[in-house]
Design a protein around this ligand. Structure first.
Ligand code: ATP
Length: 605
């Protein structure tokens, strides 16, 4: 398939944010796509080469692209940088500069077989297949030595050869991971359903297939080659993560009973990290809540857990929690975060011991368990997983009324957990959805705002006094799902300890960007801008209308956004959350309206 078809399609998609138009462009693209390329197309649309959980990285920096441009395109670096400073995107800057230089509109620098590998440069046809293959080869290069850098430059040059400026633009964006078409997974699934089954309603079936495998390319290939029947037969694949089921929040025991009836399971809501564990024999793979591979942080789980399992293969969910080994008491999430380090992990394992607390089983002995009820799943869990000092079932009680919930909540808080998860006994596991079959009841929901917020760190301000040399204050943002951007909502400068400031400084230092990332929406000044990659938790006393901040702009009042009043860092750096899982504008609007309602109700009393 000609790469120009894809580039043209990208161009159209970049020009709109309207979901219906995007869907239409995707349908047109899929109709032109041969079945054996569809999975690649679907990954590339999302700026990836493979599903996220495989962790494939290109490791190409702007600096390297500039070096490649100088070498093979013969463009002066300063020309590009001048354009880059105006436009803010290197892909566009290079293609614009190139457009001015080439008369033919086609870049062709021939092959010097001493310098370049001819096989890669066989550019008779500039196809999606070839571009993908070269990108893949780049991703497979390990190390950072000069030799590797030179190889990467050659590969990058080969990607540009015989390309039109539009193609150069998009190939460069793919290389740098800056392709942002604003196409959500749901939109891709709508388009797949229309293109391959003629019925948008089939999206639900695709959604199910995606939720159990987390691999949109596979889903696309299946519907293209086997039709909707193939999708209906889609099954869980061991070692492919299942998208997690999430819980709705409730503010009181009474609200919980209203929502889920008179008898349900109450489990401790432990304050640790959610881990999805796939096991077959000695092979153990761990996924985080955002479906990243996390084996390196938990060598103790890998080593200890196979002997607790009495099944040929199994997929389990558990909460890993830091504990005090002497008393068995659960420790806060912050303790566990000491495990999130690249080096000296053995030391962290000894210093910060954990227990693993199982709460669900999704697959066992080759069979899907997600369609079974909670009760049946808990039985399977207790049958196939043995408890010991390290592995436990999460504490659970069947509760029937408000008093029983309150008593169990008391125990849970005393044991050092956050509150309770309340789960309907007869309901299945709904992968990838947040609904009322599971509810969470946290103690902190009784605070003024009703909930904490998970916000994205976008900027920093250097501290004074004791905080000199650290970021004393951070600029935070929500996630705008419609626009795929991060609008600012507040500055936070309280709640930090010296230790958390040091920890944040170390994490954030690797995220400093020269220019403000275009996905950040803010008119604030900052001493430093960060790539939007880190989520932290804050509480606040109130949400107010704001002339300065951009979160939920125009949603409540024209020309006003929403801001947090008296925000305070809770101490939780939520490294296990992707920025797209941060609190959304919608959630902030709901909280804003909720506080209005409480104020109104109070006035009436
Ligand atoms: P939160 O900010 O409350 O952690 P979240 O958006 O990460 O929310 P939710 O579905 O809202 O996810 O809350 C569930 C989280 O609570 C899970 O991701 C898991 O890490 C944790 N958890 C602790 N105990 C349990 C339990 N018994 N059952 C399910 N999840 C639990």
């Amino acid at each position: 398939m000609e790469f120009s078809i894809l580039a043209e399609s990208f161009n159209k998609m970049e020009s709109t944010r309207k979901r219906l138009e995007l869907t239409q462009f995707l349908v047109e693209l899929f109709e032109k796509t041969p079945h054996d390329v569809i999975s690649k197309i679907v990954y590339l649309i999302q700026g990836k080469l493979r599903p996220d959980f495989e962790g494939i990285e290109l490791g190409v920096s702007e600096k390297l692209v500039l070096r490649a441009a100088k070498k093979s395109l013969g463009i002066n670096e300063n020309d590009i940088i001048t354009t880059l400073n105006k436009i803010g995107d290197l892909g566009t800057a290079i293609s614009n500069t190139l457009e001015k230089k080439t008369q033919t509109g086609l870049f062709d620098f021939g092959i010097d077989s001493d310098t370049y590998d001819e096989a890669i440069f066989d550019t008779k046809a500039n196809t999606v297949e070839r571009i993908y293959e070269v990108l893949w080869s780049i991703s497979q290069l390990e190390g950072a030595g000069k030799n590797i850098q030179d190889k990467k430059i050659n590969f990058i040059s080969s990607l540009w050869n015989k390309s039109k400026p539009t193609e150069v633009k998009f190939v460069t964006k793919l290389l740098l991971g800056t392709l942002r078409l604003g196409v959500a997974e749901n939109t891709v699934m709508d388009a797949l359903a229309i293109a391959y089954s003629g019925n948008k309603e089939n999206r639900k079936k695709l959604q199910h297939a995606y939720n159990v495998t987390s691999d949109l390319g596979n889903v696309a290939e299946t519907i293209a080659t086997k039709g909707i029947e193939g999708i209906e037969k889609f099954e869980i694949i061991l070692f492919n993560p299942i998208r997690p089921m999430l819980a709705d929040r409730v503010k009181s025991e009474t609200e919980a009973i209203e929502k889920i009836g008179s008898e349900f399971a109450a489990e401790y809501k432990l304050d640790g990290e959610r881990v999805q564990i796939h096991i077959e024999g000695e092979k153990v793979v761990l996924f985080s809540r955002s479906l990243e591979r996390i084996e390196s942080y938990y060598p103790d789980i890998i080593e200890k857990i196979p002997k607790n399992i009495q099944a040929d293969n199994i997929i389990l969910e558990a909460e890993a929690v830091a504990i005090n080994e002497n008393t068995g008491e659960f420790l806060p999430f912050q303790e566990l975060m000491h495990r999130r380090r690249k080096y000296k992990i053995e030391k962290a394992v000894t210093e910060y011991p954990i227990s693993l607390n199982f709460f669900d089983v999704l697959y066992c002995n080759g069979k899907n368990c997600t369609e079974l009820s909670y009760k049946e799943r808990r039985e399977i869990l207790e049958k196939h997983v043995k408890e010991d000092g390290f592995a436990k079932y999460i504490p659970m009680n069947i509760v029937k009324n408000k008093n029983e919930i309150e008593d169990f909540m008391e125990n849970s808080i005393n044991a050092g957990s956050e509150g309770l998860m309340l789960k309907m006994l007869d309901k299945p596991y709904q992968a990838g959805s947040r609904g009322s079959h599971w509810l969470k009841l946290k103690r902190e929901y009784r605070n003024e705002l009703g909930d904490s917020l998970d916000l994205v760190v976008i900027g920093g301000y250097f501290g004074k006094g004791r905080r000199t040399g650290n970021y004393g204050t951070l600029l935070l943002a929500t996630y705008d799902e419609d626009e795929d951007t991060f609008p600012s909502i507040c500055k936070v400068g309280t709640g930090f300890t010296d230790e958390s400031l040091d920890q944040l400084y170390q994490i954030l230092n690797s995220k400093v960007s020269i220019k403000k990332n275009p996905r950040i929406i803010s008119e604030m000044e900052a001493d430093v801008w960060f790539e939007p990659e880190l989520v932290i938790e804050v509480v606040a006393s109130e949400i107010t209308l704001s002339p300065i901040h951009k979160a939920a702009m125009n949603a409540i009042r024209k020309d006003a956004g929403l801001a947090l009043r008296f925000p305070k860092f809770t101490g939780k750096i939520r490294v296990e959350k992707a920025v797209e899982d941060a609190s959304t504008n919608e959630e902030v609007i709901t909280l804003y309206k909720g506080q209005k309602k409480i104020a109104h109700d109070k006035n009436l009393m």
